[in-house]
Ligand binder design. Structure first.
Ligand SMILES: Nc1nc2c(ncn2[C@@H]2O[C@H](COP(=O)(O)OP(=O)(O)O)[C@@H](O)[C@H]2O)c(=O)[nH]1
Ligand SMILES: [Mg+2]
Length: 331
């Protein structure tokens, strides 16, 4: 995951302390004019390199090749990406500025007496510290963003993906677990307390991803808060097929009419991908409410409990995705 390996960002104070104490050590190892030059060089290099490394550790949000729209939107649900980008560019400015100060004072520390050199060196240190302090808030914001984004779930937006939606207790997790070989892969999003289920299965040597999104696509759009809505926007960049699971037995606790309304809202929102409606708990048909309605509206009926039709549904989703792997020579 692209935000996983971001290093911690130093605070302004940490960076100043580190660079000045290393500079003092470098100065102690030498004497006279050379000591002053060495101090300046050490401090300025540590500051400019560290600031630059803060920035280059991040992917470039301006390029889709670096940040897939799914992760861009997801990141934007959690942190303010505009503010983050602005902060990164200001830290880059501070890095460049530190190099300029270095160059400016380097020449002043040549061909002069030690006292004058020391005076200039101190002045340079004050200016370097000032630059770093100017980006104190930005460094804090970058570090906060890093902490908030590093634990995003392992979801590969380039893999063909089936997203499972539907009211709670209709059987979404049961389905994901059933089709997934490796059990229990769940990942937690910072904006929902419920784990997101991520499963994988293979058909014709192609790996498919199946994602369960509790807290997001399990209730009417009007009940989603702003962050959840933004996360749903991210899922638009992820889903290649939507499976809306219904429970016509209504044992899940939601009347079929409400479930169908949610289905229609999802179909309207995800109008660029195939949306399949699946009536689950077919083993409970004796208590299916509005049986006729469900049969008319659902594309398939299945029972995760007995396994009836689960493969058929999966096959249908795979067919609907109609995934063509890109061959290397096609670029
Ligand atoms: N009778 C019956 N129960 C099912 C079926 N699929 C799931 N369940 C049960 O429905 C309950 C909710 O399932 P779960 O997968 O947690 O639903 P989710 O909230 O949509 O993820 C659990 O007790 C499941 O065992 C099914 O096909 N038939
Ligand atoms: Mg569940």
């Amino acid at each position: 995951m692209i935000f996983e390996d971001l290093p911690t960002t130093p605070t302004a104070e940490e960076l100043i302390d580190k660079s000045f104490s290393r500079a003092a050590r470098a100065g102690n190892a030498k004497g006279g004019l050379e000591a002053q030059q060495s101090m300046l060089q050490t401090a300025a290099n540590i500051i400019s390199d560290n600031l630059e490394n803060v920035v280059t550790a991040w992917p470039d949000f301006a390029y889709e090749d670096d940040v897939h729209p799914f992760y861009y939107e997801l990141a934007d649900a959690i942190v303010d990406v505009d503010e983050l980008r602005q902060s990164l560019s200001e830290v880059m400015w501070a890095s460049r500025k530190s190099r300029e100060i270095h160059e400016e004072y380097q020449s002043k520390l040549r061909k002069t007496d030690v006292d004058t050199a020391r005076k200039h060196r101190k002045q340079a240190f004050a200016r370097l510290a000032d630059i770093v302090e100017q980006v104190d808030d930005e460094l804090l914001y970058i570090n906060k963003s890093r902490n908030d984004l590093r634990d995003l779930p392992e979801i590969n937006p380039d893999e063909p993906t089936i997203v499972v939606a539907g009211y709670p207790n209709v059987g979404k997790s049961s389905l994901v677990n059933d089709v997934t070989n490796a059990r229990g892969e769940t990942a937690s999003y910072p904006f929902t307390t419920k784990g997101i289920g991520v499963g994988h299965f293979e058909r014709d040597h192609i790996r498919y991803q199946i994602v369960d999104t509790p807290g997001l696509l399990d209730r009417p759009p009007a009940e989603r808060n702003e962050i959840e809505s933004q996360a749903v926007s991210a899922i638009e960049h992820l889903a290649d097929c939507m499976l809306v699971v219904l429970d016509p037995s209504a044992e899940c606790g939601y009347p079929l009419e409400s479930q169908l309304e949610l289905r229609d809202a999802i179909a309207a929102r995800f109008d660029t991908v195939p949306v399949l409606t699946v009536a689950n708990k077919a083993d409970r048909t004796e208590v299916w409410t509005g049986d006729a309605v469900a049969e008319m509206d659902a594309d398939y009926r299945m029972s995760v409990e007995t396994g009836e039709n689960v493969d058929t549904v999966l096959e249908a989703a795979v067919d609907a995705i109609d995934y063509e792997p890109t061959l290397p020579f096609e670029g």
